[in-house]
Design a protein around this ligand. Structure first.
Ligand SMILES: NC(=O)c1ccc[n+]([C@@H]2O[C@H](COP(=O)([O-])OP(=O)(O)OC[C@H]3O[C@@H](n4cnc5c(N)ncnc54)[C@H](OP(=O)(O)O)[C@@H]3O)[C@@H](O)[C@H]2O)c1
Length: 320
């Protein structure tokens, strides 16, 4: 079968379409004929050898897909660690969800990682529960116009959260405002810590969805109000998160990690999340935001777009 193969850990240029043996199924797996693949920041990190647990090259890449389950003919969307960007992929049945009616393969391939991650960030921040009477939960979402970011805005709107979001581009922020973001901050022109402080009259936010790392972890902590939480779920800057634990005492603040790879193994966490997400989908309230679709033959270009940070929403690869 044809597959997108990474030949060495030297970045997206090491990717090419190659003939690769079809996957053999392990216990709990089923074969899916892939129609589209969702590109994630983790795919960029994988090409550079920066993603934990990746097998050595040559490696079939791709961690999110939509297509047809060969045995049943059912349309499915799924989450994997590797090997999704191929004509066929061996998927774990518990990591497959039915494609909502009327969704294309491209839309479905843009769903699992972004929406589960965003939903679980709200869950970890305690925001899937109602706020105290007379109060609204407040969140600061970094990379608000990206894949996880746009999912977080749609979910935040449904949860009634007051949202603050950062991006490098006014055009991207304008699009996210249409999804329900109330306060967009262009961090190229404004310091987000100062802006959040002034917009919240010095109070700060209850949670920050932090995926940058480096100085931004400490800076995000300073954006919190009392008992606030930084949900750390990435390090897009490539820098280790900086943290002054003593600065957390004053506000009883905390930092909590979130890794979907780990949480997705826990049925007791994923099932209630899917119940809520699928109810919203059924009501037509969630629409995956796709910035651009590339044919699989242009995968390198697609990877480089995400790597450059110029993407809006999800970058999708079309297979089949
Ligand atoms: N822990 C988990 O389970 C989990 C799951 C999914 C994703 N993630 C993490 O969440 C983050 C977002 O992932 P995504 O796939 O949805 O990507 P994305 O947000 O669609 O794309 C990354 C965005 O980050 C912004 N950015 C800021 N600094 C950047 C930098 N140095 N390099 C590249 N982009 C930069 C850019 O937007 P602006 O220019 O608008 O700032 C860019 O569009 C990544 O860090 C990823 O690793 C973690």
């Amino acid at each position: 079968m044809k597959a997108l193969v990474l030949a060495s850990l030297t970045g997206p240029d090491a990717l090419s379409i190659q003939n690769f043996p079809e996957p053999t199924l392990k216990a709990g797996q089923t074969l899916v004929l892939v129609g589209a693949g969702g590109l994630n920041f983790a795919d960029i990190m994988t090409t550079q050898g920066g993603y934990p647990g990746a097998p050595p090259p040559p490696l079939v890449v791709g961690r999110e897909f939509a297509g047809v389950e060969e045995s049943s003919g059912r349309r499915v969307m799924g989450y994997a660690q590797w090997a999704a960007f191929a004509e066929k992929t061996a998927a774990y049945s518990n990591m497959l969800w039915a494609v909502p009616e009327r969704w294309t393969d491209e839309q479905a391939a843009a769903f699992p990682v972004n929406y589960f991650t965003a939903y679980l960030a709200y869950w970890q921040a305690g925001m899937t529960q109602a706020a105290a009477p007379g109060r609204k939960h407040r969140v600061l979402i970094h990379a608000v116009a990206g894949g996880v970011g746009t999912a977080a805005v749609q979910i935040g709107r449904l949860l009634g959260v007051e949202m603050y979001g950062t991006s490098s581009s006014d055009e991207k922020l304008a699009r996210v405002k249409e999804l329900g973001l109330q306060n967009g901050i262009n961090y190229k022109r404004h310091d987000y810590e100062e802006t959040v402080k002034s917009l919240t009259r010095g109070e700060g936010v209850d949670a920050v969805f932090e995926m940058l790392g480096g100085e931004h972890t400490a800076k995000s902590l300073r954006c919190l109000r009392d008992f606030g939480r930084v949900i750390q779920y990435g390090t897009a800057t490539g820098k280790s998160p900086q943290l002054d634990l003593r600065a957390m005492y004053a506000k009883s603040a905390s930092v909590q990690g979130l890794w979907l790879t780990y949480l997705s193994q826990k049925r007791e966490i994923m099932e209630p999340a899917w119940q809520q997400l699928s109810t919203w989908i059924g009501d037509g309230k969630l629409t995956p935001q796709i910035g651009q679709v590339f044919p699989i033959g242009q995968a390198i270009e697609a990877y480089k777009l995400l790597q450059s940070g110029k993407n809006y929403g999800k970058v999708v690869l079309k297979l089949g």
